[in-house]
Design a binder for this molecule. Structure first.
Ligand code: FMN
Length: 409
């Protein structure tokens, strides 16, 4: 159930995680994860305004239900950069999966493969790119690059990921330094498990280093010329991850980017910046299908996936929820999180007459000016009040025939 790496408790659970929605996992994971690790994952920067708005702002958009569509059995399969996937839900890159599970990225890759989803591995992964690839040799995967100041290191990374069959690079440009994340300061969080690329190529192992120290080893200055150079030297397609404005989307495409990744890093960088879903429509309009768009930040529902696709995304990433799934159930936990979002998405597709993901991309969305509440459902444990128990509202277990007076409402 729990193993220890130098005193740090790691889950070794391998089980399908039953859930009513993916958000409830955030509370469940607290029981098996140390406080510092939990807050490193869960928190955002400064006042966490942007972090909160990422999910709430999905309520700026309404899905228009459609009737008389004469359609059933929607299909979620999709294609992205020549890869065949069973779902548009994608595993966004997250550092150090070893804080959630002893098998770390190996199990995440397996879980993504079981769900037919695209996996992406962080530069700060615990496991090697080779071992991750070997866990699911035929599964599609991308690599997230924190560009190093040292091009010798960058070239070594390119060689390794190409040999291991990674299909492209997400170049992260929104984390030249770490956002001001107060939770990490309060809990004195440092990475508890070694990170493979650090162990192999840099001084130290990453283990025992703070988030700020880690970022200090990456490039603090990235410009259009770097995009060109990464493309040339790696020979792989490059998406620019961390685009939140039309201007930057133009710049990235001008530099030869093969795709745009709209994200605010899950509200972990610039607090006070817009929710990612709020900037997606304008960016999609500017990109105008010249290159594909990946989207993430705040996605917790099938309806969020639906909205992101309808507003211009080709792939919709999730971050925190799958890491909680990994902690609670290993590979099957990751699979369960993707399945849950797929299940909700499928219902929304049926109720809007969308037979395919391509149909969702053309579905009608209404933009409204206010943010409606974003409360969980009334039966969610965080909101549910104790239910009054009276003599008249109890189900009798013994009688259940037609004369009992029971009726179907
Ligand atoms: C714990 C944690 C670690 C992350 N590590 C990375 C990383 O190594 N590289 C990167 O590009 N993004 C990283 N991200 C950002 C994610 O790729 C993604 O943009 C974000 O988690 C999406 O928001 P969500 O968690 O609300 O779904 C990280 C996010 C979290 C929560």
């Amino acid at each position: 159930m729990t193993v220890y790496y130098k005193g740090f408790p790691q889950s070794d659970r391998e089980e399908y995680v039953n859930m009513v929605n993916v958000e409830e996992l955030e509370q469940r994971v607290k029981k098996i994860m140390p406080e510092g690790a939990y807050y490193y994952i869960a928190s955002g920067s400064e006042n966490e305004w942007t972090w909160r708005n990422n999910t709430a702002a999905f309520n700026h958009f309404q899905i228009v239900p459609r009737a008389l569509t004469d359609m059933e059995d929607p299909q979620l399969d999709t294609e992205f950069m020549g890869m065949k996937l069973k779902t548009p839900v994608m595993i966004s890159p997250i550092a150090c999966h070893g804080i959630a599970h002893t098998k770390a990225e190996i199990d995440t890759q397996k879980g993504a493969a079981m769900a037919g989803a695209l996996f992406s591995s962080s530069t700060y992964a615990n496991k090697s790119v080779e071992d991750i690839a070997a866990a699911a040799p035929d599964a599609p995967r991308f690599f997230q690059l924190y560009l190093s100041k040292d091009w010798k290191f960058n070239r070594m990374v390119f060689d390794a990921i190409k040999k291991a069959g990674y299909k492209g690079i997400f170049l992260t440009v929104d984390a030249l330094v770490s956002g001001y994340r107060e939770a990490n300061i309060r809990t004195k969080f440092t990475y508890p498990v070694p990170l493979d690329f650090f162990t192999r190529y840099l001084n130290g192992k990453g283990e025992g280093q703070s988030v700020a120290q880690m970022y200090a080893s990456s490039a603090q200055k990235i410009g259009p010329e770097d995009v060109k150079r990464i493309k040339e030297e790696s020979g792989l397609p490059v998406f620019v991850k961390g685009i939140e404005s039309v201007e930057d989307a133009y710049k990235a495409i001008g530099a030869g980017a093969d795709g745009i990744y709209v994200t605010n890093h899950g509200g972990r960088q610039v607090d006070g910046g817009p929710a990612s879903i709020d900037v997606l429509p304008d960016i999609a309009k500017a990109v105008d299908h010249r290159v594909p768009i990946v989207f993430d930040s705040g996605v917790r529902r099938g309806s969020h996936v639906f909205k992101a696709l309808a507003l211009g995304a080709d792939m919709v990433g999730i971050g925190r929820p799958y890491l909680y799934g990994l902690a609670l159930g290993g590979a099957q936990g990751v699979e369960a999180v993707i399945d849950q979002l797929d299940k909700e998405l499928k219902i929304d597709m049926q109720l809007t007459g969308c037979k395919t993901i391509e149909d969702v991309k053309h579905a009608a969305i209404r933009h409204i000016q206010y943010t409606a509440d974003n409360l969980p459902s009334i039966t969610d444990p965080s909101r549910m009040k104790p239910y009054p128990k009276t003599a008249d509202n109890q189900i009798k277990t013994e009688t259940s025939d037609a004369t009992s007076g029971a009726s179907e409402a």
